[in-house]
Design a protein around this ligand. Structure first.
Ligand code: T1G
Length: 708
């Protein structure tokens, strides 16, 4: 027997244990091992029933994702995959009980559904998450699941990709019993109970499949919802097609249709991008010079300075993770306002069913408002979230240095300022780090962690680990102006404004990027964030601008007219009382007039040009950041853009997208823009170099990283 699968016996009950750490993926050797065990069980007269269980922390978490590239390239024969093994299990004359703990995901759930019975630990999770990888279940999941759980539930799970917990799985018929306490012992007991009973084959169950009349409305609604909620993604629609096949075709033919759709998805750019994202999200946690074993500082209590939008959101993040947090403001009115915003946010979450009232009450108790620094001497970490100005931040840090205990981490939520300068006002720059949250902090998943010159490895390791506990994805970046995300965002927005000044409409620019998959167009984002923010910064830094270089002007001119965006009811768009954007012909007229005064010729601008100008502006700046070492790897930039800037996950992030287009092509286009628009479009040296060598950003391994 393969050493990945063990067969033992407890009297008349055979026990098959799958041991392929860390997640018991179905890597080569695992399906073969299971098959061999089932063959033994079928033939062994002393065995009356069997239990299949995962060793370690989980049942099978799915196919081995690392093997997909081999399937794509044909190095591994595609064949029928796991289907014959699952049929063999189903055909086994002895009842087989699948015992689930941890996660039964993807191929893991498909394996479990081929068993005759399923039992699960109470905390087990069960799901078909394949769509999150841009594929669909490929081993009968879309055919067996509707037979167990009904069509609507199967669609929800296969097209949405989210798992269900054991109690819900029990309720909808996916599992037969929840086992409290020792899972193996309970599963063996269950196996003894059902030994000798007929072996129910999932593939032969038909009652849950419903009728064509019942199903047509379900499918129509599911497709509409997928087109809206998973905009631009092909896999959810393919998953729905596959479930529909289950309702219309006999099982084997349905499986064949599923395999066809699976192969189509697997070969798509979307699945390549999403698998890049899956591994990327795990890779960003790895910091070459801060090994996993680095000692960490326990963070059991925290404090936030500043109860504005960001500070309040950050306090909620800590409270939601169960960490008590002090929330300090300078005066009572601001503190009250901050707290009432927090309460309002929580009330909305309760209304939407995201949290229960009990949960919210508990969280609110964890947030302790204060006007003073009393209590700061006890906390393990402070996040400063005061107004974005160097002088104020320095004042706060000098004060924190005086009041906080030795060993407490002092973090700044700055989005632009020099973290080393902030750290220099303290006697402990090694305990200072940047934690750049994104607005709204309690919702957005990204946390840019800014490494100062002196930030210690313990502080970095702790903050990276903490981001996970806070439900965030932490990405370590270096200390440059705007860090990674905002530094790239600047040229992106600049190009979007240039395009409007050259003759494109506001709506055309936003629509092109929205249709590309961005959560919002760049100009609509400006209106949401407030156009005055950038305007004020530009006014402050005007003296640094190089003469003779074109500056975007239309956004600033709108500010001069009091059009700051949503908050003033008008910006690039007009807004109704529900803050819905309405195209404003006045903006078009104004911009035409300003362009004429500035001598900017007007022309027809294609969607293609809009996309290339905006997206390649991101890519070109990203290439500089990568080369300068402010991001560790290209994938770190991708993860930042996917989680903080609404870049479509199915395009893998800006750097992956550029690799998909081909860097030679991207470089040529950047050179063309340089000829047309001048030095702002100077190609990044790394882009030029990789394009000439026929390499990709993914190939680039910097010798240094997000370094101080
Ligand atoms: N294949 C290969 N490696 C995997 C893996 C998988 N399925 N799942 C996890 N890993 C690696 C991961 O890269 C990491 O490696 C380590 O295991 C621990 O993971 C036929 C087509 C199970 C909930 O999509 O959702 O089945 O970084 O850090 O937080 O129809 O991993 O340590 O080197 O994430 O405890 C469907 C994907 C596949 C499940 C555990 N299955 N995995 O979370 O640990 S497609 C999935 C997860 C399929 C069938 C098809 C999570 C987890 P490293 P981790 P975790």
């Amino acid at each position: 027997m393969s050493d990945l699968v063990q067969l033992t016996k407890d009297d008349a009950i055979a026990i098959v244990t799958i041991n392929n750490p860390p997640v018991n993926a179905l890597s080569p050797g695992v399906p073969e091992g299971i098959s061999e065990a089932i063959e033994h069980i079928s033939k062994d007269d002393n065995v009356k029933a069997a239990v299949v269980i995962g060793g370690g922390r989980t049942f099978v978490a799915g196919a081995d994702i690392k093997e997909f590239e081999k399937l794509r390239s044909g190095t591994k024969p595609r064949g029928e995959g796991m289907l014959p093994l699952l049929a063999q299990i189903e055909d086994c004359p002895k009842p087989i009980v699948m015992a689930i703990h941890g996660t039964a995901f993807g191929g893991g759930l498909e394996l479990a559904m081929a068993g005759h019975y399923r039992v699960a630990a109470p905390e087990a999770q069960i799901g078909q998450p394949e769509v999150k990888l841009g594929i669909i279940p490929g081993a009968g999941g879309t055919q067996r699941l509707p037979r167990l759980a009904g069509v609507a539930k199967a669609i929800e799970m296969c097209a949405g990709g989210n798992p269900v917990k054991a109690d819900e799985a029990l309720g909808c018929g996916i599992i037969d019993r929840i086992i409290e306490g020792d899972l193996l012992a309970g599963a063996v007991r269950f196996a003894r109970e059902i030994a000798g009973r007929p072996t129910l084959k999932t593939r032969e169950r038909g009652v849950s499949l419903g009728t064509a009349e019942q199903n047509s409305a379900i499918f129509a609604a599911a497709r509409e919802s997928a087109r809206k909620k998973q905009r631009g993604m092909m896999a959810p629609l393919a998953a729905i097609d596959a479930v529909e096949a289950a309702t219309k075709l006999p099982f084997e033919k349905g499986c064949r249709e599923e395999r066809r759709l699976f192969a189509e998805c697997l070969n798509s750019d979307q699945s390549k991008a999403l698998i890049h994202v899956f591994f990327g999200e795990r890779e960003v946690a790895k910091i070459p010079d801060v090994p996993k074993e680095t000692a960490q500082i326990p963070v059991e209590s925290a404090a936030v300075v500043g109860a504005g939008t960001m500070g309040g959101g950050i306090a909620m993040v800590f409270a939601n993770a169960g960490i008590p947090v002090l929330l300090k403001e300078a005066d009572q009115a601001a503190l009250d306002q901050g707290l009432s915003k927090i309460r309002k946010n929580y009330a909305t979450s309760v209304e939407r069913g995201r949290f229960t009232q009990e949960f919210v009450d508990e969280r609110l108790k964890l947030i302790q408002p204060t006007l003073r620094y009393d209590g700061f001497e006890r906390v393990d970490m402070v996040i400063e979230a005061v107004f974005e100005g160097m002088a104020l931040k320095k004042e706060v840090f000098a004060q924190l240095d005086r009041v906080c205990k030795a060993g407490a981490i002092l973090a700044s939520n700055t989005s632009t300022l020099d973290i080393d300068e902030i750290a220099s006002t303290t006697s402990r720059p090694d305990f200072v780090i940047g934690t750049h949250f994104f607005s709204p902090a309690n919702v957005m998943r990204l946390l840019e962690i800014v490494r100062g010159k002196k930030s210690s490895k313990e502080v970095i390791a702790t903050t990276m680990q903490l981001s996970k506990k806070l439900g965030k994805i932490g990405v370590l970046v270096g200390n440059c102006r705007g860090f990674v995300g905002n530094r790239m965002f600047h040229p992106y927005v600049r190009e979007s404004v240039f395009l409007v000044e050259e003759g494109a409409t506001v709506e055309a620019v936003d629509k092109a990027l929205y249709d590309f998959g961005m959560a919002m167009g760049p100009l609509a984002v400006g209106d949401l964030a407030g156009l005055d923010v950038g305007w004020r910064i530009r006014k402050e830094y005007r003296h640094l601008e190089k003469p003779g270089i074109r500056q975007a002007m239309a956004g600033d001119r709108l500010c001069e007219l009091g059009r700051y965006g949503q908050k003033t009811g008008a910006g690039w768009y007009k807004y109704d009382e529900k803050r819905r954007a309405i195209p404003d012909p006045e903006v078009t007229n104004l911009v035409r007039q300003w362009a004429a005064e500035a001598g900017i010729p007007q022309r027809q601008i294609s969607t293609n040009e809009i996309l290339d100008r905006c997206v390649y502006a991101l890519v070109n700046e990203g290439a500089r950041i990568l080369e300068e070492g402010y991001a560790l790897r290209a994938v770190d930039i991708d993860i930042i853009y996917l989680n903080g800037y609404g870049f479509p996950s199915y395009r893998g992030g800006p750097m992956w997208f550029a690799d998909t287009v081909g860097l030679e092509k991207v470089y040529d286009r950047v050179c063309e823009f340089q000829r047309q628009h001048g030095s702002l479009w100077e190609p990044a040296p790394l882009l030029a170099q990789l394009a000439k060598q026929g390499l990709s950003f993914a190939d680039f391994k910097a010798g240094h990283g997000a370094t101080a």
